[in-house]
Design a protein around this ligand. Sequence first.
Ligand SMILES: [Zn+2]
Length: 248
Amino acid sequence: MSEKKPFLYTLFFAAASLAAIFIILSLAFSFRSLIEKRKSSSSLPASTNSARMTIVIDAGHGGEDGGAVADDGTLEKDLNLQISKLLCALYELNGVPVRMTRETDTMLYDHYGDLEDYKGQKKLYDLTNRIKIAEEYENPVYIGIHMNKFPQKKYSGLTVYYSKNNQDSYLLAASVHDFNKMYLQPGNRREIKCADSSIFILDNIKCPSVLVECGFVSNDEELALLKDEKYQCKLALVLFSSSMAFYS
Ligand SMILES: [Zn+2]
């Protein structure tokens, strides 16, 4: 009961905040000119597919893979899932096709139940299956949700990575980055980053894809925000609004 109530409250808060989305979306027209400008300066191959998308939300890590661990014991996998569920609810409320790679605390190495031996390769199968799940859908758009961690506590702020394999990845990342600066973190000076081979999913996936490091669990102030349901809602709203503004 103590888990259900806060979640429902948070959902209610998210629903009430939809009014804010309409205001944000009304700015989408002016925002499009910025996107057009970015488009014309990009040398990546263009996407020509305009059919309806399915958003695939991938809450990073899960199960025995906790991801980054904060000083107070908070696990990245749990924050990732909480924010992913809120984000998923926003798409559902607006009738946008959406799927989550995981809705529970689990790794996905045996998602398809067809593995005989995954010894020592759990992480590889887990990541490969997340790509497979995303690509099961027609016109998928992949949004990976993660947290950052650094030895020095001073670093904070949302960072967006994009896949080099599709021009829309960069444009979606730019949309998330710009909306975040406009509505959540005006002081964020982080750059949008092209993922290298160290980010397996973005390096191998073919559909429009971004990975959002929502903040640093190593920064005490940001960790407190990331654990706060209202802030999680705001993050989800930024991700939802920026993706909708771009694809509307
Ligand atoms: Zn992670």
